[in-house]
Design a protein. Structure first.
Length: 219
């Protein structure tokens, strides 16, 4: 497996124990391949930001295949170590590229190089929300898309929380294709606002079409 650089910056991000993020219950509630198959194709170059121990990462690698690339990024070295071991066991060590870094400090990822970015519950685990969004916008190629979600249960005075007003502001910087909200989380499928190339995963609908109504769950 390819090893990337380790970020030296100190960011007050939340580090969740790997066992909590990758377990049988979560795989039953959030089956990764069923979700990812809607967004990925063979040969895609993708990123799993805030990947944790790799709940989605290996499934991403299996879909994009040997011609694709998965950039797995997390601030917790324990999580990246677990991702590397899982990728090796799955025969995807040459597809998955692991980096210990904050999602707000990933300048080592080339601009406009990725087809899809997964940021599942990422922003609500870090303080530099705007920095992470700038990086997502930068690394997506024209027509690329990103999946964003945030938990709603954090305390309002926690600097890592993303309230409704901030969520709306963050999404206003991107082109929103779909968005929704449930009892515990908010989510959106977005692309860079100033890049108008059609994505290969597009449904063919106009990029300017308004998103559908409030959808409670993408699963």
């Amino acid at each position: 497996m390819r090893h990337g650089p380790t970020c030296a910056c100190q960011v007050d991000d939340r580090r969740i124990p790997p066992w909590f993020l990758d377990n049988l219950l979560r795989r039953l509630v959030q089956p990764p391949r069923r979700f990812l198959a809607r967004h990925l194709s063979a040969g895609d170059r993708v990123a799993d930001l805030g990947c944790g121990p790799g709940h989605f990462t290996v499934a991403m690698a299996r879909i994009v295949g040997d011609r694709g690339r998965v950039v797995a990024i997390d601030l917790d070295p324990r999580a990246i170590d677990r991702v590397r071991r899982k990728a090796a066991r799955a025969g995807a060590a040459e597809v998955v590229e692991g980096h210990v870094a904050s999602a707000a400090g990933i300048d080592f990822v080339a601009s406009a190089s990725l087809d899809f970015v997964l940021a599942e519950s990422l922003l609500c685990c870090m303080t530099d929300h705007a920095g992470a969004m700038r990086q997502i916008d930068r690394i997506l190629r024209p027509g690329g898309r990103a999946w964003l979600s945030v938990m709603k249960l954090a305390r309002a005075d926690d600097p890592r929380s993303v309230g409704q007003a901030e969520w709306t502001t963050l999404l206003s910087q991107m082109r929103v294709h779909r968005r929704g909200e449930g009892p515990f989380s908010r989510w959106a499928l977005v692309s860079p606002a100033r890049r108008n190339a059609e994505s290969p995963h597009s449904s063919g609908q106009s990029e300017l079409a308004p998103p559908p109504g409030n959808i409670s769950s993408p699963w």
